[in-house]
Design a protein around this ligand. Structure first.
Ligand code: MN
Length: 282
């Protein structure tokens, strides 16, 4: 059983790296596609299942799905340990079933898990909570599984760029740190330092409350028009947080996802109309 999980994590890592749409740390999706974008999942299995059913990837070979921030949150074991790694395993299984259609991008909880730095959520330090649950379940194999999870998360791409000038990443650098962000991070292999503050993968996944001038600057840097991000909690499931930014969240019962046609260009208003309340899905 532990070896099966380690094999799964290693195969998932290889699938992230071998994704045929990946160049460097960026996924470039083709025009003739339909794309489903989900926000933070944080262990919310029901919304993952709703997305899988809605997407029906087997019958929609041109459809892609983006997942992010899968770990930290959701069910706990009897001692309060975080069981969200079970959802991560299932998302990886899904990626392996549809390796060119499912894309998992890096979130800040991933960077924190990779370098074992503290990350709080609802008053709890989540890395300790997840590692202790893994060790309780897998006993002496726990450490090896934790290492395989770190290696898997480290091989995730950082962002998705679409031909219709839409960019999807977990977040963007914060205003006060953006001068430390190096866009060449998209083109070269990641080093562990990149996911530690103030490394550029760290900065890309941790920023909050970006100003409009920062959004405009980043749009020019990445040569895109509109950002779809996660990371910042959304009680209503989504918000427009700038002239060219929509934030979505998929980690609760009022969560949203977005479904778009990459052959079309969108205004921000048209994107807002394309938002799908996950509670409306079977
Ligand atoms: Mn986040």
């Amino acid at each position: 059983m532990p070896q099966t999980i380690i094999d799964l994590l290693n195969k998932g890592r290889e699938a992230n790296t071998a994704d045929k749409f990946r160049r460097g740390n960026l996924i470039h999706l083709p025009t003739e596609s339909n794309l489903i974008i989900t926000g933070d999942l944080h262990g919310h299995r029901r919304n993952f299942e709703r997305t899988v059913t809605f997407a029906d990837l087997a019958d929609n070979p041109d459809r892609h799905i983006i997942f992010q921030e899968i770990i930290h949150g959701g069910p706990e074991d009897s001692k309060g340990g975080c069981m969200s790694y079970t959802l991560l395993f299932d998302v990886i299984r899904y990626k392996l079933k549809f390796p060119e259609q499912v894309h998992i991008i890096m979130g800040n909880h991933d960077t924190a898990f990779i370098n074992n730095s503290e990350v709080m959520k609802d008053g709890k330090e989540m890395n300790r909570a997840m590692c202790s649950a893994i060790k309780r379940q897998y006993k002496e194999a726990g450490d090896e599984i934790i290492l395989a999870i770190r290696q898997n998360l480290f091989c995730q791409p950082l962002a998705v760029k679409c031909e219709n000038r839409i960019w999807i990443s977990h977040s963007l650098p914060a205003d006060r740190l953006v001068n430390k962000f190096d866009p060449k991070i998209m083109d070269r292999p990641l080093k562990v330092n990149d996911v530690v503050k103030p490394g550029s993968a760290y900065l890309l996944t941790w920023g909050r409350k970006m100003s409009q001038s920062l959004l405009d600057k980043m749009a020019e840097m990445f040569d895109v028009d509109i950002f779809i991000l996660g990371h910042q909690p959304q009680e209503q499931g989504w918000s427009q947080a700038g002239r060219n930014l929509i934030i979505i969240a998929s980690n609760h019962n009022h969560g949203y996802m977005l479904e778009i046609d990459l052959a079309k260009s969108y205004t921000i208003e048209q994107l807002i109309e394309a938002l799908v309340p996950m509670a409306s899905l079977p």
